[in-house]
Design a protein around this ligand. Structure first.
Ligand SMILES: *Cc1c(COP(=O)(O)O)cnc(C)c1O
Length: 376
């Protein structure tokens, strides 16, 4: 049996006619830049998550970049939790080992370790809602409020997921950023992204920034870029948004099925050395859209090789933590600075979880993992 990590063809087969109709409409209109589907998607997506404004962007990365630019982040400024291209300096934090999200304790420590003059240059705190589950926003927002620094949420993997107080990912900070990269739960047919915000002033600045900072055309108020979302992507995303809750539900059912199958093997014991561990949603947060379903194994690399040989697609998100990335070598971080991030980079493995995955495929995946741990 073959089980790919993701099967976009299976999803496309279920929506082919609707997508083609949307594509045809855009082709007939020839309005490829900022056609009517762009504001329609912005409104639909803002409504879906419960934000006042949505501003379409060319990718999730550009959404984050534009959000930082909208806050005026520039050379020498500090941003905790994200890489930035604005000559600002990232300050990293460790993760919570259960959710893989920003550890509020580590954030507090990172803040306390900064000189007062550097603290004054922190322009944003950027928690990521990784794999489809919210970071512990209560404590992160509490610190951010105390020190008066805005929060930008990287909700690229968490569209439609909710925090325990039922606010949606992307609507708790001043801005939330989404990605429509094809492998996200809401994926385009190329690149796309969006920023959502309740703040009128930021929304207007983002609309300017994505269009070279010009309004009207050729009259440049601020220096921006070309961060526009294509009409054709918006048209396809409008179609897919109608199916998103059903796909989320299927992913959740698949996650429950994995947990039950792993339980039945008798192999998985929390914390037992040498056995795979299934990471459950953080009990206090719960809501999960399973952009990824991640397990840990102390023999992760050998397990992955074994699964590859048996035609099961897997991925390592992510093999190298930021503090050990070559491009950040001159920031002065060392191995051991973020033990949980580094351990996750060594142990975690994402399994196929896409909505169209069949129970038979899941049973095969778990049976192969069990076989590996029994020694073949
Ligand atoms: C996908 C992703 C991004 C980047 O989005 P692109 O659309 O690929 O630029 C940023 N952050 C996270 C957490 C992501 O998963």
């Amino acid at each position: 049996m073959r089980v790919p990590l993701l099967d976009l063809k299976a999803q496309y087969a279920t929506i082919r006619d609707e997508v083609r109709e949307a594509l045809d409409r855009v082709l007939e209109s020839q309005q490829f830049i900022m056609g009517p589907e762009v504001p329609a998607l912005e409104k639909a997506l803002a409504d879906y998550v419960g934000a006042r404004h949505g501003i379409g962007m060319s990718s999730g990365t550009d959404a984050l970049l534009a959000a930082l630019m909208a806050l005026g982040v520039g050379p020498g400024d500090r941003v905790t939790g994200v890489i930035t291209r604005l000559n600002a300096v990232p300050v990293f934090t460790d993760i919570d080992p259960g959710s893989y999200n920003m550890s509020p304790t580590s954030l507090e420590k990172a803040w306390a370790a900064l000189d007062r003059s550097v603290q004054q240059r922190v322009k944003a705190i950027v928690p990521v809602h990784l794999f489809g589950q919210c970071a512990d926003m209560a404590r992160i927002l509490e610190l951010a409020t105390d020190v008066n620094v805005p929060v930008i949420e990287d909700a690229a993997q968490a569209i439609g997921t909710r925090y325990k107080d039922s606010r949606a990912a992307g609507t708790m900070g001043v801005m939330g950023c989404f990605s429509f990269f094809p492998s996200k739960n809401l994926g385009a047919i190329g690149d796309g992204g969006m920023v959502v915000t309740d703040d009128e002033v930021l929304a207007e600045r983002l609309r300017l920034l994505r269009n070279h900072g010009a309004k009207p055309k050729y009259f440049h108020k601020i220096v921006g870029g070309n961060f526009r979302l294509d009409t054709i992507q918006a048209a396809v995303l409008l179609v897919k948004l109608r199916h998103l809750d059903i796909w989320h539900k299927a992913r959740r059912e698949n996650a429950d099925r994995y947990r039950e199958l792993f339980r039945q093997t008798g192999l998985v014991e929390r914390g037992a050395v040498g056995l795979p561990q299934v990471t459950d949603p953080t009990p206090a947060i719960r809501s999960h859209i399973y952009n990824q379903f991640v397990i840990r194994s102390p023999k992760r690399d050998a397990l992955r090789d074994f699964l590859t040989v048996h035609s099961v697609g897997t991925e390592i998100y992510y093999p190298v933590p930021f503090n050990l990335q070559e491009c950040f070598a001159d920031l002065g971080y060392r191995a051991g600075d973020f033990p949980e991030s580094e351990r996750a980079a060594r142990e975690t493995l994402a399994l196929p979880i896409y909505p169209e995955l069949t129970p038979e495929q899941q049973a095969y995946v778990v049976e192969r993992i069990a076989a590996f741990h029994r020694g073949g």
